[in-house]
Structure formats: structure tokens, C-alpha cells
Design a protein around this ligand. Structure first.
Ligand SMILES: *Cc1c(COP(=O)(O)O)cnc(C)c1O
Length: 342
């Protein structure tokens, strides 16, 4: 039997709150293309949750959210500074470059998947003349691809650099909920209050079937974004079903509970791996991912027993991902197999 439970957070089913919201929205006819009451309500809820008058758009995938947001920040002759292991660099098939019409991604390193401010500064202070690219934005992922979370002061330091060089700040929040659950802070404390210009807020990995929000905290930047999204094929005609899912997540804080559950499951998994199998986590387990080193024998024996999970860093670092629906039995099942193989 194939076991997908720890392969990603998008292998999980749709959470009950989203399912119920879809059923409620499915009882009637309603206006199309976002003219419906669910869409208006989600935009209002986001303004309440972030406590600011932001602009909110819906797209179907995180890749579209990131690429279209960056296209809004950049001209084709611009560049975007990001981590060498960022999703926009490694997992989006060149969508940011394509939708910006040519902006180059400038890669920096940094421990635990977070960009190193010193390296960003070095990049920005070297002569950027007409013959290279003009940096226009810095992109950070919150949580990062390595399951770590930037603290508020770490974001502030990056924003300081961005501001000093007239750059915008983009936040890839495919797992923004997990970051908020981890930091236990107000959503505005690590976004507009600290200087983030645009946030891609992920719903899919939190418990929806699809649907990400692009949130602009500066209305000067969002100008004509509705046309950009439409041209890219991301204006849903039955938008109310994307929006209804978000209402399911946002009403009564299901998004936070889902993320807290996923984070707690990851911490539990990491602890049990250490205590019962002597396997240490490679990165701090701030959010819902656990990265571990496995030798070839263990990894292939687990694969042979049906477990599906990804190798993330060559030669031997694997990712185990938890979600809103991870159970203690699932964790016990994986541990039992690991202990049996070892
Ligand atoms: C999953 C993910 C995305 C979005 O991916 P899609 O498959 O396009 O929805 C973006 N950024 C990060 C960090 C992700 O993990």
C-alpha cells in the first residue's frame, strides 16, 4: 500500500471547515468573476485580520501568486534577490522570469533556508551599472522551504536593506499560516507593519483544495493587477468557490488551528525520531516540516514499505511533512517502520 501522509502538506484531504463552506456556497446561484458575496466577505476578513486597508486578489496556485506578484513589482530589466533554495528559483519552472518578462533571479545563500542579510548587502553594494540588472525586489519565503521561520527582527533587517536601495519586499507565504502559528504573533507584525509590500498567502497547504491570495499592502503597487491576473488566466469565473474555501479557513480561525496542528505534529515527529530512532533534525523545526538525514538503505527500505517522501538536498537529506490532518497513528506507523528497519 502506498502511504503518502508525509510526502507534502498538499497530499492531505480538504479540511472539514472548507468542505462545509463549499457545501454552503453550492446551494444557490450567484454572480460570477468575483462579484459574489463570498469574495467580498473574504476581502473584508483579510482587512480585519491584517488590520489595514489592503488589496486582495485570488489566484489558483502559489506559483501564479508569486510570479504575478513579482511581475507587478518588476520591469523586464529588473532583478529579484532570493534564496538559492527558494521555491521561486527551484520549483516554478521559470514562471517568475516568464511573467515578469525577463527579470533575473539573483541568488544568495544563508543558513536554514533564510537569506543572509550580509550577502544581500554585498550584492547591493557592488556596482550595479547599466550593463547588469537593476535589483527591484527581495523575495523571502515565510515559512521557508526548509521549514524554518524568519523572526520579526530578521525580516526587519532585510526590509532595512530593501528600503535603503529602493527595493520592494515580496513574501512567499505558501505556509504563512504555519509561520504565524509558530511565532504566535499578529499577521500584521511580520507583514505590513515591518515593511512587506506584497504577501502571497497560501490556502492550499492549509486545508483548501486550491486558492491563494495575493495581498498588496500598498495600493499604488496593485494598480491594474486585476488585468494582469485575468490575462494570466487567474480570474476564476466561479470565484465564489475559491472564496468560500477561504471563508471556511478564516472564519473561527480554522487556518490557525490547522497550522498549529501541523506544526505540533512536526515537533512531535521530530522528537520521536530523535528519541526512538536516534535521527536528528537537520534544521530547526519551526513549522510543519522535518528534514532528516537517512542513509540509502533506510530510505529505500521505507520506500519499499510504501512510504512516499522526497529527497530535498543531495545526497541524503529527506523531508517529512505534516499537515492539518496528520494523526498520532500515522506518526507511530512511520516510526514503527523506521525502528524495524534500523
Ligand atoms: C507549495 C509552495 C508554493 C506554491 O506551489 P504551487 O504548487 O504552485 O501551488 C510556493 N512557495 C512555496 C514555498 C511552496 O512550498
Amino acid at each position: 500500500m502506498e502511504r503518502h501522509e508525509f510526502a507534502s502538506d498538499n497530499v492531505a484531504p480538504i479540511c472539514p471547515e472548507v468542505w462545509a463552506a463549499l457545501q454552503e456556497a453550492n446551494l444557490q446561484y450567484a454572480p460570477s468573476y468575483g462579484e459574489d458575496r463570498w469574495t467580498a466577505r473574504v476581502c473584508d476578513r483579510i482587512r480585519e485580520i491584517f488590520e489595514t486597508d489592503c488589496d486582495v486578489y485570488f489566484v489558483f496556485t502559489g506559483t501564479a501568486a508569486n510570479a504575478l506578484a513579482l511581475a507587478q513589482l518588476c520591469n523586464p530589466f529588473h532583478s529579484v534577490i532570493c534564496h538559492q533554495h527558494s521555491h521561486i528559483e527551484t520549483d516554478e519552472c521559470g514562471a517568475p522570469e516568464f511573467f515578469t518578462g525577463g527579470s533575473k533571479l539573483l541568488l544568495v545563500g544563508g543558513a536554514d533556508g533564510k537569506i543572509d542579510a550580509g550577502q544581500v548587502e554585498a550584492l547591493l553594494t557592488r556596482p550595479n551599472d547599466l550593463h547588469s540588472h537593476k535589483p527591484a525586489a527581495i523575495s523571502i519565503a515565510q515559512a521557508t522551504e526548509f521549514g524554518t521561520v524568519y523572526r520579526r527582527d530578521e525580516i526587519a533587517a532585510i526590509v532595512d536593506l530593501a528600503r535603503a536601495h529602493q527595493l520592494s519586499l515580496h513574501m512567499d507565504g505558501a505556509r504563512f499560516a504555519n509561520a504565524i502559528a509558530s511565532l504566535n504573533c499578529a499577521p500584521n507584525a511580520i507583514t505590513w507593519k515591518v515593511g512587506v509590500d506584497v504577501l502571497c498567502f497560501g490556502g492550499t497547504k492549509n486545508g483548501a483544495t486550491a486558492g491563494e491570495l495575493v495581498i498588496f499592502f500598498d495600493k499604488k503597487i496593485s494598480r491594474e493587477f486585476d488585468y494582469r491576473a485575468k490575462q494570466a488566466g487567474h480570474l476564476g469565473s466561479k470565484m465564489r468557490f475559491l472564496a468560500a474555501q477561504w471563508l471556511g479557513l478564516l472564519n473561527r480561525d480554522a487556518w490557525l488551528r490547522n497550522a498549529q496542528h501541523a506544526n505540533r505534529a512536526a515537533r512531535g515527529l521530530a522528537t520521536r525520531l530523535r528519541m526512538e530512532a536516534g535521527i536528528e533534525s537537520v534544521f530547526p523545526v519551526d513549522a510543519n516540516a522535518v528534514f532528516v538525514v537517512m542513509d540509502e538503505r533506510l530510505a529505500s527500505a521505507l520506500h519499499a514499505r510504501g512510504w512516499r517522501f522526497y529527497k530535498f538536498i543531495e545526497p541524503d537529506v529527506y523531508r517529512l511533512m505534516c499537515s492539518w490532518s496528520t494523526t498520532g497513528e500515522q506518526i507511530s506507523g512511520l516510526l514503527a517502520d523506521i525502528v524495524a528497519i534500523k
